[in-house]
Design a protein around this ligand. Structure first.
Ligand code: ATP
Length: 252
């Protein structure tokens, strides 16, 4: 069974059909990418999958369950975490605290009880701290655990963001332009981290403009153009697809 099924999904904004009848599957353990020129509908598609806004028609199923009318936090608690195009660190908080916030969302005690340090939350707090440090180590940024997150280099902030998303213990990770704002070295690093995350058994769906990253790490690619899916294949075939070449060269 597919982990995620996108079935005839459409989104209309007034007279504009931003996503038009798009269907695809994401299989467990895959890295799947959605690409397409500016305005192709990639972010709109992501927002419908993660519950940011409802689809005009069509459906999304996750782990065999339809997600209709579920709010983003409900979808996240089912095991689908996402990151955003613009990195959003909690200001005034260290890298570790940023990850701990992600973990608190799914803790028993709840965010407020933990904030006020109720006695019954102490053990849970210690566990959350330990698990968050493990995630920082996994993403190779443990030495920045106690540095204010917003003062880190972009590539390191991206890694903190990935750790914070992993703190939800997702089975599917949605990444919205993970290489946005990164230089080529940081992009290569993020690519390596994404593959490391996949190797832990976490499925990844990403939207990305950086073609070398997409071609390097994806198992399969969906190409959108003016809201429609025009191709879906392995990277080697996408690179040779005449229609895909035309829209990218046309864009240049
Ligand atoms: N909230 C909205 N209201 C009206 N139109 C919108 C809205 N969000 C997106 N659009 C339009 O829908 C189309 C698809 O936009 P979307 O942001 O999904 O594309 P994209 O592929 O993510 O583009 P980019 O690569 O530039 O981020 C565009 O024409 C955009 O102007």
């Amino acid at each position: 069974m597919a982990l995620l099924e996108v079935n005839k999904l459409s989104k209309r904004f007034g007279g504009l059909l931003a996503v038009n009848d798009v269907s695809f599957h994401v299989e467990p353990g895959q890295i799947k990418a959605v690409i397409g020129p500016n305005g192709a509908g990639k972010t709109t598609l992501f927002n419908m999958i993660s519950g940011t806004f409802p689809a005009s028609s069509g459906s999304v199923s996750f782990q065999g369950r339809k997600l209709k009318r579920k709010k983003p936090f409900q979808i996240a608690s089912l095991g689908m975490a996402r990151t955003f195009q613009n990195i959003k660190m909690f200001s005034g908080m260290t890298a570790l605290e940023n990850v701990m916030v992600g973990r608190h969302i799914q803790s028993h005690a709840g965010f407020f009880a933990s904030m006020f340090r109720m006695p019954w939350t102490w053990k849970e707090e210690r566990d959350i701290r330990e698990k968050s440090l493990e995630l920082l180590a996994l993403l190779e940024i443990e030495k920045y655990a106690h540095t204010e997150a917003s003062s880190l280099a972009f590539g390191q902030q991206r890694a903190v963001e990935l750790a914070r998303a992993l703190a939800l213990e997702p089975s599917l990770l949605l990444l919205d332009e993970p290489a946005a704002g990164l230089n080529i070295y940081e992009t290569a690093e993020v690519g390596r981290l994404i593959m490391k995350i996949r190797d832990l058994g976490i499925t990844v769906l990403l939207v990305e403009h950086d073609m070398s990253l997409v071609m390097d790490i994806s198992d399969e690619i969906v190409v959108l153009c003016f809201g429609e899916k025009i191709a879906e294949d392995i990277p080697k075939n996408i690179q040779q697809d005449p229609e895909v070449i035309k829209i990218y060269l046309g864009e240049e």
